[in-house]
Design a protein around this ligand. Structure first.
Ligand code: SF4
Length: 303
C-alpha cells in the first residue's frame, strides 16, 4: 500500500466550535476540545460580554489598567486594547504601575511593563512608594522583618493606585484579578470568618464611594486560560513571585481551589456564584431566606 493511501489515524479531534480545524487544546473552563483561533475568539468574547452585561465602561471613559508586568495584567492590557478597537468602546486606555521598591522583583517586572507600553501603544505612569511615602519595601522589610510586610504593602499599594489614577485623571481602574483569585479570596474570608469582606469580595466593581472605582473584567476568566492565551499569543510577561511573599495561608487556599478544579472545573465559578447569592441574602436581613431555605432542604427527612 502507498504511504499516502494509508487510512488516516482517527486520533486527531476536530474543534467542537468550528468543526473544521484540529483541536489544539482542551479548554480548562469547559473541557471542550477547541482549536487555537476559536479559543482566542471565545476567550475574548466572554470578556466582552462581561464588560457589556456589567456596564464596566462607558464611551469616553479614561481607564487605567493596573499593570504589574505579570500574566493577568499583561493579558488584560492586550485584550482590552483589542476589544476597545474591535467594538469601538471609545476608551482612553493607560497603564498604571506601582513601584514598591523591591529589588530583584519589581525592578525587573517594570521593565516588562515598559516594553508593553511600546508593544500596545498605551501611555504608562509609574508611581513609587519612595516618591509617595519616602520608603521602599526593601527599607520597610529591613526595619520590620517579614511578618506584617504584606499588610503595609497592601495599604500603600491601594493608596498609590489611587494617587496614580488621580494623576492620570482616569474614571476607573481595571485590575487583572481573575476567577481563581476571587474564589481564593472567598475561601480565605470564610476561613477568617470575615463576613464584611466576604460580602464585598465578589463585586465586579468596587470603591464606587471612594475617589476612583475599580473593576475586574476577568471576574469569570480562569487563570489557566489566561496562561494559555498569553502562551499561544506569545505575550511578553514576567512570571516571578515577589521575594517577600509569605503566601502560606493564601497558598493553602490556592492549592485547595486547584484540587477542586481538577475534580470539577465549574467549582471556581460555583464558589463565586454561591458567595454572590449569600451576599444578596445577607443584605436582605439577619437570617436570610437563602439560609432558611438551605436549612429546610437539608434538615427535612429524605423521601
Ligand atoms: Fe507587597 Fe507582599 Fe505582594 Fe510582595 S507579596 S508585593 S510585599 S503585598
Amino acid at each position: 500500500m502507498e504511504a499516502d493511501s494509508k487510512p488516516k489515524k482517527s486520533g486527531a479531534r476536530l474543534c467542537c466550535v468550528c468543526n473544521q480545524n484540529r483541536a489544539a487544546l482542551k479548554r480548562p473552563k469547559t473541557l471542550e476540545q477547541i482549536c487555537r483561533e476559536c479559543f482566542y475568539a471565545v476567550f475574548e468574547e466572554e470578556i466582552h460580554q462581561v464588560i457589556l452585561e456589567n456596564q464596566l465602561f462607558k464611551p469616553g471613559d479614561r481607564i487605567a489598567i493596573g499593570a504589574s508586568g505579570g500574566k493577568d495584567s499583561t493579558v488584560l492590557a492586550y485584550v482590552l486594547s483589542e476589544l476597545n478597537r474591535r467594538h469601538n468602546y471609545g476608551l482612553d486606555l493607560f497603564l498604571l504601575s506601582v513601584d514598591e521598591g523591591i529589588t530583584g522583583y519589581r525592578d525587573d517586572s517594570l521593565e516588562t511593563v515598559k516594553r508593553n507600553e511600546l508593544q500596545y501603544g498605551l501611555p504608562l505612569k509609574i508611581v513609587s512608594y519612595k516618591d509617595l511615602y519616602g520608603w521602599t519595601m526593601d527599607e520597610i522589610v529591613k526595619m520590620i522583618g517579614l511578618k506584617n510586610n504584606c499588610t503595609f504593602c497592601g495599604v500603600f499599594r491601594r493608596q498609590a493606585l489611587d494617587r496614580g489614577a488621580a494623576l492620570l485623571k482616569v474614571d476607573k481602574v481595571a485590575t487583572g484579578h481573575n476567577a481563581d483569585d476571587i474564589a481564593e479570596t472567598v475561601l480565605l474570608n470564610i476561613l477568617r470568618g470575615d463576613i464584611a469582606r466576604l460580602s464585598r469580595c465578589t463585586s465586579i466593581i468596587t470603591g464606587e464611594d471612594g475617589p476612583i472605582p475599580r473593576c475586574k473584567p476577568f471576574k469569570y476568566t480562569y487563570e489557566k486560560e489566561i496562561v494559555m492565551y498569553a502562551y499561544f499569543k506569545k505575550l511578553d510577561y514576567f512570571s516571578t513571585e515577589c521575594i517577600y511573599s509569605p503566601n502560606a495561608y493564601r497558598g493553602f487556599a490556592r492549592e485547595f481551589i486547584k484540587d477542586l478544579e481538577r475534580i470539577r472545573p465549574r467549582a471556581i465559578l460555583d464558589i463565586i456564584k454561591s458567595e454572590m447569592v449569600q451576599s444578596l441574602c445577607l443584605a436582605g436581613g439577619a437570617e436570610s431566606r437563602f439560609t432558611k431555605a438551605w436549612h429546610w432542604s437539608y434538615s427535612r427527612p429524605k423521601q
